[in-house]
Design a protein around this ligand. Structure first.
Ligand SMILES: Nc1ncnc2c1ncn2[C@@H]1O[C@H](COP(=O)(O)OP(=O)(O)O)[C@@H](O)[C@H]1O
Ligand SMILES: [Mg+2]
Length: 645
């Protein structure tokens, strides 16, 4: 969170325009039509006061028509001249209606095309962002909070849409109206126009001054909304932990505090805006007062006609309104600027790309870690000069304390994190994995992660997720190999049992086995089990391993485990200690050497079996089949005892 937020304090991002242009693909035409419609409606609006003016001065009044411009005179002639129109005043009324109809039609088209344009734009933005996020490196996802990313993909998209479909288009309309009304005003009375314009820079400056304050306020609100959603998201995800440790009150207080702070920000901003709008009202009142006073004086002394005065007041309204709007536009644009920058933060993150000329070599060769050193961004070095070879088709067991870098080694092998150039290299069949196409590599390296993730779908979908159109028999074979088939059969809905969000309705061991079954539906030449049997009991663990051996004899297997009984079957075992190779050899060799392996072997030989019976007097399946909290806690406790052993 800290990380992502600090990014927001950077200066307004360069290339906002470029980003918007990219998102506008496919909706530009709609917005151009919108602008045209907007111009037509603006024109219609500025024509109406002219009709009123001519009616008052030249048709009802007695001002001679030769003071009018030749264009208006020719229009009057076309309708039968001033005298004819005086006898048929309805024609002038009809003209006002006709202009209104044109205006309304233009506004209608504007709305229709604006809706099409903005929906196309938003769809395009969502598609682009989703595609981009999907291709961002694992590391980026680890560094950024899901809640915050989701907020950027929803409310910030909305802000951007409003910016383009409302503010930008309205801004163009405002400028158009300003120019048109000023032109008409100048054509009628230069002196009064200049007087009307004097206060405008003050009104504009006033808006700009507040714009700066609004920008800051919106940014703060946005950031805190992100924090709030991240907090909610984390709490919902970790609801079990919160309940289990009785942390509801603490979490509620924490949420309450953040929520109050967030609310107070909006209230503060609301007060500022209220002040701005009211004081700006006073300013524009002053401007109107000036125009009225001087207008009356011009009428009395300088021969300004009544029609001109009425039209002038109308145009003045069209002048003051847009300048006021300009203030609002600017303040909303500042919010949009923040939103666009927040989306820009995501778009700026670099997607995973394969080097040109990437290879797709056969993946059934030896795996070699060659002087591998690695550190996570901003952290001290984590793996130090790790070298070992895993001959093709053999099994490597890895043993090591929590945080010793076991999972990190696997992430590197699967290129979830990239090894820097000076961090040594990892090769498969002699090819540096940096030169292997990522998709090819990951298709061939099956990995069961330490914390298996299940989607809130059925077991069938979860297990068969990597293989489209998986046959029932293949599905069951995979589940059987993972010792899960019997359990699933015992559920009322069998394979069609929904697992709840992230698999909450399954026990830890069941989740792990579902993840294993998922991998077994698509056997790969390299298979990694990252502590993935920690939550199943020793017998099931042995059964699963026997199944694997039987079915995948030729695969290279990496097995991270804390169970000596599992590791004892490996061809060689690596003992990792704080990111260093502490021991490497066959299980027999290691059980003769002094070191972690032997220590754990002794402890587990003494106590593990009796421990298991004590902590878990019920047969494993009967606990797991409940899918209950108790089942999971038991699984976890047992696993922990073995780890701690
Ligand atoms: N994304 C990450 N960013 C920074 N540090 C990390 C990250 N993931 C793991 N670490 C750190 O790297 C060390 C090794 O982690 P890991 O490889 O998961 O250990 P193990 O699997 O052996 O328990 C730990 O100290 C952990 O805190
Ligand atoms: Mg790990």
């Amino acid at each position: 969170m800290e990380n992502i937020q600090s990014q927001d304090h950077i200066q307004p991002r360069k290339g906002r325009g470029k980003l918007i242009w990219q998102f506008l693909k496919g909706s530009k035409a709609f917005f151009i039509i919108c602008m045209l419609c907007s111009a037509i409606s603006g024109l219609a609006e500025t024509v109406t006061p002219q009709i009123v003016r001519v009616t008052v001065d030249n048709i009802i009044g007695s001002t001679p028509v030769d003071t009018l411009s030749p264009f208006i005179r020719s229009l009057l002639d076309a309708f039968g001249g001033a005298d004819h129109l005086r006898r048929n005043l309805w024609i002038m009324a009809l003209a006002v209606v006709a202009v209104s109809v044109i205006k309304v039609a233009a506004v209608y088209c504007f709305r229709v095309f604006n809706a099409r344009g903005s929906e196309t734009l938003v769809k395009n933005m969502r598609d682009t962002l989703y595609r981009h996020i999907e291709h961002l490196p694992f590391q980026w996802h680890m560094q950024n909070h899901t809640g915050d990313i989701i907020q950027r993909c929803t409310s910030d998209i909305d802000t951007t849409r409003n910016f383009i479909s409302e503010q930008l288009i309205v801004l163009i309309r405002i400028l158009f109206m300003l120019i048109m009304s000023m032109m008409f005003m100048f054509s009628m009375n230069v002196g009064l126009t200049l007087i009307a314009m004097i206060p405008l820079p003050v009104i504009l400056w006033y808006s700009l001054f507040f714009h700066h304050k609004f920008r800051k306020g919106f940014q703060e609100c946005d950031e805190n909304e992100g924090k709030l959603s991240a907090m909610v998201q984390e709490n919902l995800t970790g609801v079990r932990v919160v309940r289990a440790f009785g942390r509801e009150r603490y979490e509620r207080d924490r949420f309450g505090k953040q929520n109050s702070f967030y609310t107070s920000l909006w209230v503060k901003l609301g007060r500022l805006m209220a002040f701005f709008w009211c004081s700006a009202d006073i300013l524009s009142g002053v401007q109107i007062m000036l125009v009225v006073i001087f207008g009356v004086l011009f009428c009395l002394n300088r021969g300004m006609t009544a029609g001109e005065f009425i039209a002038f007041i109308s145009y003045n309204g069209m002048l003051v309104w847009p300048v006021r709007q300009l203030g609002r536009m600017i303040s909303e644009m500042s919010k949009a600027g923040v939103g666009i920058d927040r989306i820009g933060y995501i778009m700026d993150a670099e997607e995973e790309k394969d080097a040109p000329g990437s290879l797709e070599p056969p993946m059934n060769g030896d795996i070699r870690f060659d002087h591998v050193s690695f550190s996570y961004e901003g952290s001290p070095e984590m793996l130090h000069d790790v070298s070992l070879t895993i001959p093709a088709g053999t099994t490597l067991g890895i043993l090591g304390g929590t945080g010793s870098g076991k999972s990190t080694m696997m992430y590197l092998l699967d290129r979830l994190y990239d090894l820097p150039e000076d961090g040594g290299k990892i090769t498969i069949g002699g090819t540096d994995i940096r030169q292997i196409r990522r998709e090819h590599l990951r298709r061939n390296v099956g990995i069961v992660l330490q914390e298996p993730f299940l989607f809130s779908r059925t077991l069938r979908e979860n297990i068969g997720i990597t293989v489209p159109d998986l046959q029932e028999e293949e599905l069951r074979t995979a589940a059987r190999a993972a010792c899960l088939d019997d359990t699933i059969q015992s559920f009322t809905k069998g394979y069609d049992t929904a697992v709840g969000e992230r698999g909450v309705t399954l026990s830890g061991g069941q989740k792990q086995r579902a993840a294993i079954a998922r991998m077994l539906t698509r056997p790969t030449p390299i298979m990694i089990f990252d502590d993935s049997l920690s939550a199943v009991d020793t017998e099931t663990d042995a059964k699963i391993r026997a199944e694997l051996e039987k079915r995948f004899g030729s695969a290279t297997i990496i097995l991270i485990s804390h169970r000596i009984t599992s590791l004892a079957k490996a061809d060689q075992v690596l003992v990792l200690d704080h990111g260093r190779v502490a021991q490497l050899g066959t299980p027999e060799e290691l059980s003769k050497q002094e070191g972690l392996y032997k220590e754990i072997e002794n402890i587990q030989a003494d106590s593990s079996e009796s421990l298991i019976r004590e902590t878990n007097p019920l047969p494993q399946e009967s606990i797991a089949a409940n899918g209950s909290e108790a089942g999971m806690v038991n699984d976890d406790r047992k696993a922990r005892k073995e780890v701690n052993a």
